[in-house]
Design a protein around this ligand. Structure first.
Ligand code: 9WN
Length: 440
């Protein structure tokens, strides 16, 4: 696997613009929130200082209320992405910094775990301690933002307001909720997609129908100046996502560890986490299905469909051993294709679902970051064989097809790497997996 290590390293080098690492050369020319976290994890094995700089650049975009935007825009005039700063108009938000320009929605809060791992990989104890001192309060403010503004019912369950906040943009999870949004095309701001200019990615990107709804929501946010209290009352898209909340628990745990090292009082974080774990098991666990579901706060209804996000609370140690075993059976059996062994684990949507689309973005393909999260979660429950299978399948896809954004799960598919090539987190998480072999 030496060649894979060198190739992954080359992807991260090519995507570095001197300030941050772009998720991909053409399609994603700015800095993204959870991408930066995954990228830093990979960089930590190559250049620890650059990994820290990546996180520092991201947190330069943090708002005064603790919110961490999903995009921090770079200043390259040749970078074409929709929606750019002129569309987001976050300068109307009281809490947004004057610079850098940012979007006005967030993404799954992986960053607590990222900083904790960077601490563990620090070249010296002094550098590790300085890292914690720099980031602890920023991370704490981020988590405070979620519990204060995204949990209006005080359940410990954070809600997202836009599919992009989930990071799993066109997941089947969001279909029903988005379908309730009636679009009046005369009222919808005009916009021009840039993503379709990438010929290879264009075929499998979200549809125009999806984009109209994405744009409708952003327009709603800017009309309300990104005011959280108002948006909790009027936003038609309010969903508690098991991936987002599971990752939050994992980062809560990291914050507690960091607080202990720094001698801080962590009681507040412990209480948040206990509440989130409890409520996820009360409200998002689906006993009949044996996995977690998302919950629509507006329709007041669960979304009990077989999306791989329903397995990812494993990473935050949310399920009991018994619940985790029920989820393992879905990985071993036909729900996610573990048997028969004709798909690579783990498709983002069950191959048993009639509307799985093996090539379309988050509606079936394998993504390396959700596989990496699943792998970490399985290890926490000592499910080593399945964890190893997820890792092996991921490395095999990367080795055979390259550092694509997402992959066709069907073994033997004629074309299997989709979206953009040279995708940074595919390379970064590959490095993290390969580094484990070196450590053994
Ligand atoms: C919208 C950057 C991001 C990832 C998301 C992925 C995709 C953006 C887009 O790319 O989303 O945020 O334009 O489609 O879905 O998870 O962070 O890699």
């Amino acid at each position: 696997m030496r060649h894979l290590f060198a190739e992954a390293k080359a992807v991260l080098e090519a995507n570095f613009n001197g300030q941050f690492t772009k998720p991909a050369p053409g399609l994603y020319p700015h800095q993204w929130n959870w991408d930066a976290g995954f990228i830093a994890l990979g960089l930590a094995h190559l250049n620890w200082d650059r990994a820290v700089a990546e996180m520092r650049h991201l947190f330069a975009g943090q708002w005064s209320n603790g919110f961490l935007p999903h995009i921090v825009f770079g200043d390259d005039p040749a970078a074409h992405y929709f929606p750019g700063p002129a569309f987001w108009q976050t300068n109307q938000a009281k809490a947004a910094p004057p610079s850098p320009s940012t979007s006005g929605i967030s993404q799954p809060p992986i960053h607590g775990q990222v900083i904790w791992r960077l601490f563990q990989l620090a070249p010296s104890r002094e550098q590790g301690m300085a890292l914690l001192e720099e980031f602890y309060s920023k991370l704490l403010r981020l988590h405070q933002y979620y519990y204060q503004f995204r949990d209006p019912d005080e359940e410990g369950l954070i809600l997202i307001r836009h599919p992009w906040e989930a990071g799993t943009d066109n997941s089947p999870y969001w279909d029903h909720t988005l379908a309730q949004i009636a679009i009046d095309s005369a009222e919808l701001p005009s916009y021009e997609r840039k993503d379709l200019q990438n010929p290879q990615a264009a075929q499998h990107r979200p549809t125009q129908y999806d984009y109209d709804r994405y744009v409708y929501l952003v327009d709603l946010f800017r009309r309300h100046q990104y005011d959280d209290v108002q948006l909790n009352a009027v936003c038609p898209f309010q969903i508690q996502d098991p991936l987002f909340n599971g990752v939050l628990c994992w980062s809560n745990e990291a914050l507690i560890e960091m607080g202990h090292v720094l001698g801080e009082d962590v009681l507040e974080i412990i209480l948040w986490n206990e509440l989130t774990v409890h409520s996820m098991n009360e409200k998002l666990w689906n006993q009949e299905k044996g996995y977690y579901h998302a919950f629509d706060r507006v329709a007041h209804a669960p979304i009990p469909i077989p999306v791989n996000s329903g397995l990812l609370p494993l990473v935050g140690l949310v399920p009991t051993q018994e619940q985790a075993e029920a989820m393992l059976r879905h990985l071993e059996g036909p729900t996610f294709g573990g048997a028969p062994k004709d798909v690579y684990l783990c498709p983002t949507y069950s191959p048993q679902a009639k509307d799985i689309d093996y090539a379309r973005y988050w509606r079936g393909p394998v993504w390396i970051n959700t596989n990496w999260l699943l792998y970490q979660g399985l290890l926490r429950y000592d499910m080593k064989d399945m964890a190893e299978r997820v890792r092996r399948d991921s490395l095999e896809l990367l080795d055979q097809f390259g550092f694509y954004e997402y992959f066709d799960p069907r073994k033997g598919a004629a074309q299997a790497g989709y979206g953009t090539a040279q995708f940074s987190w595919s390379a970064a998480l590959c490095l993290d997996w390969l580094a484990e072999d070196e450590e053994e």
